[in-house]
Design a protein around this ligand. Structure first.
Ligand SMILES: Nc1ncnc2c1ncn2[C@@H]1O[C@H](COP(=O)(O)OP(=O)(O)O)[C@@H](O)[C@H]1O
Ligand SMILES: [Mg+2]
Length: 301
């Protein structure tokens, strides 16, 4: 499989403070890559480095296997469409007038612009002023601007931010359709739920570092779930388990956070050695959301 974006040891400092550290991203061509992380984790900074809008402090970037340098960036970035932070577009102009500005800037033909507008389903709104657009329409106009050049790679920073569920669903469907037609889409969000079903590969950032990268299904495998102990003396069991682990009473059970198999067996033996009867040991079901919150220190929502 070819690689659309890869980075090696990518990093950025602001005022001597590292905000992105040691990123080795691997974005396979033709996928929707969900770039997730809490606010302030470095998503926008990373995307700006990939788009040459911010100069990396450390490391290297390759687009489609070619190093991104001062000499290659104009050529390489000509095939990249992007939407970073606020949706673009002049409010006092209509959608159509905004699209014509992009058309002239990039030297596109009418058919390319019409196709992009049609893809985001804004054809009927082209005569309306952008200041009268909803946020969802403005996001879609921004995506149309990014799409008009028919890029092989689309980099979208939080395109679902602030949208209602219907608007989010529209963007999801659009991204999946683009990937199905061969466009690589890198899309960021601070909410796992907004892109987890659309993205086939996830990269999760926390504090500027990559905490997980891989298939969505592999994310669950990297979690250590809570274990629930049913015992004859829950308060004492909680106190004993709490010496070594994060333990608390949960109904009639004691919940212990993040226990692997070996440690669970030791915990049972320790309770029994203290004369506490262990009636049951259950592994809690973890959702993708739980794992995301664990990885990002609970700051994902
Ligand atoms: N131009 C800048 N100057 C100084 N600090 C910045 C600048 N841009 C971003 N930061 C800081 O870098 C960190 C990461 O920011 P950002 O990349 O915007 O994260 P995210 O997009 O995940 O919310 C934050 O602590 C932010 O305050
Ligand atoms: Mg951001």
């Amino acid at each position: 499989m070819t690689t659309a974006i890869s980075t090696q040891g990518l990093g950025k400092d602001y005022g001597g403070r590292p905000v992105v550290t040691d990123l080795d991203l691997h974005v396979p061509a033709g996928c929707v890559y969900g770039f997730l992380g809490p606010n302030g984790s470095g998503k926008t900074t990373t995307m700006k480095m990939i788009l040459s809008l911010v100069h990396p402090t450390r490391g290297a970037i390759e687009l489609r296997g070619r190093p991104l340098t001062r000499a290659t960036r104009t050529t390489l970035l000509a095939g990249v469409g992007s939407l970073i932070e606020e949706p673009p577009g002049y409010g006092h102009l209509t959608g159509g007038e905004n699209m014509r500005l992009v058309q002239r800037l990039l030297g596109l033909d009418d058919a390319q612009v019409a196709r992009a507008v049609h893809t985001v389903r804004l054809t009927a709104q082209m005569d309306k002023k952008v200041r009268d657009y909803s946020l969802g329409m403005r996001q879609r106009l921004g995506i149309a601007m990014a799409l008009a050049r028919e890029p092989a790679l689309l980099v979208l920073d939080e395109p679902t931010n602030g949208l209602d569920p219907a608007g989010i669903e529209e963007i999801r469907a659009l991204l999946s359709a683009l990937a199905a037609s061969g466009t690589t889409v890198m899309v960021s969000s601070h909410l796992l739920g907004e892109i987890d079903r659309t993205a086939t590969v996830l990269g999760i950032l926390g504090g500027g570092r990559l905490l997980f990268q891989g298939a969505r299904d592999d994310l669950l495998a990297c979690s250590t779930p809570d274990v629930l102990f049913d015992t004859s003396d829950p308060p004492r069991a909680a106190a004993l388990l709490g010496r070594r682990h994060r333990a608390r009473l949960d109904g009639a059970a004691v919940r212990v956070a993040g226990l692997g198999h070996g440690i669970t067996a030791q915990a049972v033996a320790m309770l029994v050695a203290h004369g506490i009867g262990v009636h049951g040991v259950r592994r809690d079901e973890q959702t993708l959301e739980d794992v995301f919150l664990d990885l990002t220190g609970g700051r994902g929502l």
